[in-house]
Design a protein around this ligand. Structure first.
Ligand SMILES: NC(=O)c1ccc[n+]([C@H]2O[C@H](COP(=O)([O-])OP(=O)(O)OC[C@H]3O[C@@H](n4cnc5c(N)ncnc54)[C@H](O)[C@@H]3O)[C@@H](O)[C@H]2O)c1
Length: 455
């Protein structure tokens, strides 16, 4: 007998009403609780030994920026944080890469709720319930497509993805969020400049909202990104930089000037999403595609998506000034287009590691169809896999975003995060811990390491 399909609204209300202990009973697989993801701070052991003068008032421990961030390498779908960010496409109806994994791990209710959001424009963010994920929420954002050309507009739009996602974290009173490397997979944003934008945007936001968030986790998946982030994290989040209160957020009244937003939609100036506005997109999806999409992403629909993506990229859909109804702030002119070296290195999905946690990892059913390391694997030149789909254009009747308490984690899995550059790392509990790397059998995604030449 087939399982009765849940109503996403009923399921969302039920989940939001559960305590963390109750939610954990529903988890389908492994999870990593936040307290097992060490912060980037490198506690200098000597600090703990400073003697206190007799009667001396205990010094207030300054809040370090590096206490607010973590670097984690592995599958974002098992992180038990308040929200994970999805690198989605403009339909918000699933696809491949991290988008495909999140949808498959969250279950069909995620697709059903996304279907009511009426898509999402590049640079913007929308929030849904996390459903079967350990994360309470999913924040969906659409990064810029940057295959081969990255201009000021793409860089600004990528920054807006992080800004708008963090704005939703604040708006919904969430305390922890995990970001994948947005746009660096099939959308082709070079890994290194993307990391700069991610870290810079997050740092600026945290300094202005120091009391609004406890942790921002940068969740990398590829070795290349891990190396890039590990090198940059110490520069952006040095272990001796206090959070500077002077950078506090603008007074509330200034925020009132911002445009009225649809619930769960944090809008900023950004390009009109070519997919939502192009007639081809309207025709792009049949009901049959929708059925396949909700069942698990049909290949023919993906080839439609792929041809759409390729067409967008070819026609410069993301090139500033050509297709946008509203130019994003600081949109680059045509002549500011910068080529980035397409030094594309194919990275394998992170295979099983010796330190794999005891429990069988979450069945994300994202196992690659074939091992990318196999000789002669036909990988499309832009990294498109055959999983992305653009099912039917969604309708628009979502009342509001989700609200509620974040879950707590019940079982504890070995720490799998990467901590600061210290040889010996410390968990939040203070004892040293080997940082381990979990494996995730997921779609490999192309990895670009091109650099942007400044004009
Ligand atoms: N990569 C693919 O094979 C593929 C195919 C079709 C669509 N998509 C997706 O790609 C478009 C967005 O492009 P994008 O470059 O922003 O996203 P992306 O292609 O998913 O890549 C973003 C980053 O996420 C990484 N990643 C993949 N799986 C996981 C995971 N489980 N946990 C953490 N990180 C992970 C991936 O290695 C890359 O660094 C959307 O259409 C979306 O549906 C991806």
């Amino acid at each position: 007998m087939s399982k009765k399909k849940k109503d996403w609204k009923v399921e969302k209300a039920r989940l939001l009403d559960l305590s963390l202990e109750e939610r954990r009973k529903d988890y389908r697989g492994n999870h990593v609780p936040l307290e097992k993801i060490p912060t980037w701070t490198r506690h200098d052991k000597s600090k703990g030994k400073e003697g206190k003068e007799e009667g001396e008032e205990p010094k207030a421990v300054p809040v370090l920026l590096s206490d607010k961030v973590s670097l984690y390498k592995g599958d974002i779908t098992i992180l038990e944080v308040d929200a994970i960010v999805n690198a989605a496409n403009s339909t918000l109806l699933g696809g491949g890469g991290v988008d495909g994994c999140i949808h498959k791990a969250a279950g069909p209710c995620l697709y059903d709720e996304c279907h009511t959001l009426n898509g999402c424009e590049t640079g913007r963010a929308k929030i849904t319930c996390g459903y079967d994920l350990p994360a309470k929420y999913v924040i969906h954002t659409v990064g810029p497509v940057a295959r081969g050309h990255v201009g000021k507009a793409q860089k600004e739009l990528l920054s807006q993805c992080y800004q708008n996602s963090l704005a939703l974290v604040k708006e919904h009173g969430l305390r922890s969020v995990a970001f994948p490397c947005i746009s660096t997979g099939i959308y082709g944003f070079p890994n290194e400049p993307a990391a700069e934008i991610a870290l810079e945007t997050a740092k600026t936001w945290i300094k202005k909202n120091v009391n609004e968030v406890d942790r921002v986790v940068f969740c990398v998946f590829l070795d290349t990104d891990f190396k890039i982030y590990k090198e940059k994290m110490s520069r952006f989040f040095p272990q001796d930089e206090d959070v500077d209160e002077e950078g506090a957020e603008a007074p509330a009244e200034e925020e009132e000037e911002q445009e009225e937003r649809a619930p769960g939609d944090v809008a900023m100036e950004s390009q009109t999403d070519p997919f939502l506005s192009s007639p081809q997109a309207e025709a792009a999806v049949s009901v049959e595609d929708t059925e396949m999409a909700s069942q698990g992403y049909g290949d023919e629909a993906m080839s439609q998506e792929e041809s759409e993506d390729k067409k967008d990229a070819a026609e410069g859909e993301t090139v500033p000034g050509k297709t946008m109804k509203s130019e994003p702030a600081g949109a680059a002119r045509e002549d500011e287009e910068m080529d980035c070296s397409e030094d594309v290195a194919e990275e394998r999905a992170i295979g099983p590691s010796a330190s794999e946690p005891e429990a069988s990892p979450r069945q994300t059913s994202c196992a690659p169809k074939s091992d990318p390391a196999d000789a002669g694997r036909d990988v499309p030149d832009n990294g498109d896999s055959q999983d992305d789909v653009r099912p039917e254009k969604p309708n628009n009747n979502n009342e509001d975003a989700v609200k509620g308490e974040a879950p707590q984690s019940a079982e504890v899995t070995p720490p799998t995060a990467i901590t600061g550059p210290a040889e010996e790392t410390r968990t939040q509990g203070g004892d040293s811990a080997e940082s381990e790397v979990i494996h995730c059998d997921l779609n490999q995604s192309k990895d670009r390491t091109g650099d942007l030449e400044e004009p």
